[in-house]
Design a protein around this ligand. Structure first.
Ligand code: HEC
Length: 120
């Protein structure tokens, strides 16, 4: 019995801890990244798209910006924000962005909830 408890407990602890993806998602919205890079992290205009990019590239870019390494005027917008992120947070937000899978969750529409008429 004790052996089973010893086995199960770490599994529960692992399941209860929010994943890096979830933490990164929280950070993305609480830090206001969505304000510039968009709610789906696809960017627009001068704001680069971040979703689906390689994690190591995102981590590298964020660490450079945090070190004030950015010679464009646009980088001046991003540097103060990057400076508020610690290594763990950079890892989490990069996990969220590289593994991005938010949109797929909302694509299934069951037949019985379809609107009838022109929808207005
Ligand atoms: C005030 C607007 C603004 C906010 C808020 C903002 N960014 Fe940015 N971000 C930018 C701009 C502008 C650039 C492009 C900088 C450049 O061209 O050098 C950028 C660049 C980046 C890059 C590098 C992308 C690349 O291809 O070079 C990453 C990664 C990034 N932002 C992540 C984030 C994260 C994560 C947050 C939230 C913690 C965030 N940004 C919040 C404006 C913003």
């Amino acid at each position: 019995m004790r052996k089973i408890i010893l086995l199960i407990f770490p599994m529960i602890a692992l399941m209860a801890a929010p994943s890096a993806y979830e933490q990164g998602k929280k950070l993305y919205f609480s830090k206001g990244c969505n304000g510039c890079h968009g709610v789906s992290a696809t960017g627009s205009g001068q704001y680069p798209s971040l979703a689906y990019r390689r994690k190591n590239v995102l981590v590298d870019k964020l660490k450079r910006l945090r070190n004030k390494q950015g010679n464009t005027q646009l980088a001046q917008l991003m540097i103060p924000i990057a400076m508020t992120l610690n290594d763990k947070q950079i890892d989490e937000v990069a996990t969220f962005l590289s593994e991005y899978h938010e949109n797929q969750k909302h694509t299934y529409v069951p037949d019985d909830s379809m609107t009838v008429g022109d929808g207005s």
